[in-house]
Design a protein around this ligand. Structure first.
Ligand code: THU
Length: 142
């Protein structure tokens, strides 16, 4: 359960939409933005960054996560994700891909609140534990 107010969730969604404007998606034309909120209330954003060789592509969620971790921040409570074809509005929510679920699980565990938004008014939420049940994490290899 997220402890954020509705206004704080909407601010996180807004930050994800802003980050989405920087998406580099010349191959899929699908632009994604993510905003990750740290336990101390800071917000780290990311967009998808595609690559001509395809596999080096980074999803928005991992861009945000690795930006935060590279700045020494490793504890998070919520992430907002927004995605749509470039120039179009969201018709479906964008939920984190399997690789991003795993990457987030490493730092956030099952309690991370994932906000999947079509707009600031229209969003659904699920815990990372719901999106990645029986997730494999650091505790498994202790
Ligand atoms: N993508 C994300 O950035 N995040 C997601 O949650 C789903 C997919 C990106 C990867 C690729 O650049 C484009 O969206 C189409 O799959």
């Amino acid at each position: 359960m997220s402890e954020l107010t509705r206004e704080e969730k909407q601010a996180l969604i807004r930050a994800a939409f802003e980050a989405r404007t920087h998406a580099v998606a010349p191959y899929s034309h699908f632009a994604v933005g993510a905003a990750l909120r740290s336990a101390d209330g800071r917000v780290f954003t990311g967009c998808n960054i595609e690559n001509a060789a395809l596999t080096p592509t980074s999803c928005a969620e991992r861009t945000a996560l690795f930006s935060a971790v590279s700045q020494g921040v490793t504890r998070f409570t919520d992430i907002a994700v927004v995605g749509a074809k470039m120039g179009e509005v969201n018709t479906l929510v964008t939920s984190p891909c399997g690789v991003c679920r795993q990457a987030l699980y490493e730092f956030c565990g099952p309690s991370l609140n994932v906000i999947m938004a079509k707009s600031e008014e229209d969003f659904i939420e699920a815990s990372l534990g719901e999106l990645l049940p029986y997730g494999f994490g650091p505790a498994n290899i202790e």
